[in-house]
Design a protein around this ligand. Structure first.
Ligand code: FO1
Length: 335
């Protein structure tokens, strides 16, 4: 079976670890990773979501933190600080720096981000095919108003420095409108037997991947069933600050509202996605947590087959059970 998953950072990576444990030998998993969180720092290209997936599946992740390397040291950052060079608010450790040096060296030499990602994965052997959503530069910016006035800040500044404490007024994936899907992305979607939306951020992770022209259309047109898992449990994000960016696109922080935001397959246009002629509806199936069981009828009334199962990724076995539930639901909705 060929499984395609669209993934952001920590939530996506942890789900993929469970998915790997759930699939049968011979099944192939292709991950289309969000690169809208990417940032250029110290002259290096940092790809947080690709690295989080690669380190998590390759056994190199800092488990408690969910990002960055295990057993990290911080000498380079301390030395940079002595030179007065920041930003201090973003934690790039020494081991992580090595990844960014290799990536940036290869990009400067003319390799594409897809080629670099493949090369980095030779070391980490994540057990999935990891594709960036695009080889073109896309950077998510967030419009905010604070004491400095109204301005756009890079997503990492919003997330890490400001802890999403200021309301997001708009989310703009800068560059997405002219970006092309990376080689292999559209083919993988077209050839998939199942397409999964892990419990990643629907706006700045999966939403950014879908903002690359061609990807949303390919998912909407795919022969494979599309099943998503809610990142919202009991009216709050399982982790992170997804509520802030959902509010920016006019979506309530509920499992039902996120399902409606993705929309039922076949639907065109929606209140939260007034995007001209692009197909809005993507989901055949949606999993909500058992705490949100009461939302099941409303999601089904919206045209999306819905089941309530435990969705807390407390360990790999619990996460594998979620993945199995998603694959079972995919079989039930297969056309
Ligand atoms: N998240 C933080 O909360 N603080 C950090 O200093 C930080 C540094 C960082 C460095 C490399 C990397 O790959 C990820 C990093 N993250 C950090 C995670 C990242 O900001 C976000 O969680 C994702 O972009 C959202 O998916």
């Amino acid at each position: 079976m060929r499984i395609v998953a669209l993934a952001g950072g920590i939530g996506g990576a942890r789900f993929l670890r469970g998915l790997k444990a759930a699939v049968a030998p011979g099944d192939e998993i292709t991950v289309i990773g969000n690169t809208g969180d990417d940032i250029h720092l110290y002259g290096l290209k940092v790809c947080p979501d690709l690295d989080t997936v690669m380190y998590t599946l390759g056994g190199g992740i800092h488990e408690e933190q969910g990002w960055g390397r295990t057993d990290e040291t911080w000498s380079i950052k301390a030395e940079m600080k002595e030179y007065g060079v920041g930003p201090e608010w973003f934690g790039l450790g020494d081991r992580d720096f090595a990844t960014h040096l290799v990536r940036s060296q290869m990009l400067t030499a003319g390799y594409t981000l897809s080629q670099v990602t493949e090369a980095l994965c030779v070391r980490w052997q994540p057990g999935v095919r990891l594709l960036p959503m695009s080889d073109d530069r896309v950077e998510t910016h967030v419009k905010i108003t604070d004491e400095a006035g109204t301005r756009a800040v890079h997503f990492q500044e919003y997330w890490v420095r400001l802890h999403a404490a200021v309301d997001a007024e708009a989310i703009v994936p800068v560059g997405a409108d002219t970006a092309k899907p990376a080689p292999g992305v559209l083919d993988a979607i077209a050839a998939a037997d199942v397409i999964l939306f892990p419990p990643s951020n629907p706006v700045v992770s999966i939403g950014t991947i879908l903002a690359v022209p061609g990807i949303r259309e390919a998912v909407a047109a795919a022969a494979a069933p599309v099943v998503g898992l809610s990142p919202i449990i009991g009216g709050a994000p399982v982790r992170g600050m997804a509520d802030k960016v959902l509010a920016a696109v006019g979506v309530e922080t509920t499992a039902e509202a996120v399902a409606r935001h993705y929309g039922p397959r076949g639907a065109v246009g929606s209140a939260s996605d007034p995007d001209g002629g692009r197909p809005a509806g993507l989901l055949d199936g949606w999993l909500v947590d058992t705490a949100d069981e009461a939302a099941v009828p409303a999601v089904e009334a919206a045209g999306i087959t819905c089941r309530a199962v435990p969705l807390l990724m407390t360990d790999v076995e619990a996460t594998a059970a979620m993945a199995r539930a998603a694959l079972e639901l995919a079989e039930q909705v297969r056309r």
